[in-house]
Unconditional design. Sequence first.
Length: 221
Amino acid sequence: MICNKLTSKIRHSWKENRSFVLFLALMFIFRSAVADWNEVPTGSMKPTIVEGDRIFVNKMAYDIRLPFSHIPLLTLAQPQRGEIIIFDSKVSDKRLVKRVIGLPGDRVEMRDNRLWINQRALDYQILARDINSSDQLEDLTGVQHAIRTANRGSRLSSFAAVTVPADMYLALGDNRDNSADSRVIGFVPRAEIVGRANKVVLSLNYDNYYLPRGERFFKTL
């Protein structure tokens, strides 16, 4: 008797709420496999991305994956130099946002915050400078974007030439002296990359009572 009443209540509850449950299930599947947004809590990608930005993540940029997993069902494209990728780093045990610098087979080195790719020095142009840092325009073999460097440099400012292994990528933060990237965690495995970001959805100013930064809404990265 009690079992029958319980079963009846469950069936009634399912009939009353199944539309909402299905909506939630589809939403979670969409966010897992199609698109999502990602909060950026640190300044490792300044000046391109700042703390409080919510960036749009296209999870179908490179692969169609089994929802709630890293299992690829179909490969659509490969990450390209200059793209901003989102990946689940096993080494750091967190989701990271960095820029692709080296592709598989590339020879990359850095000398005093100046990159060399395949024995070619990249071009740089000063955008702004203050007492502590400089913003520069980096020409990443055709992809121009802003970076930030400390005027006095850091232990991250240089590294010896390395060759990017197959199915791996060398990724750096745009804030070159303040980013735990491939110089710290090593190369990024292709299997860890979950999507690509090219737009800010919205932004909250952590230093001003979390007020919205209207000028950054829908800003292209």
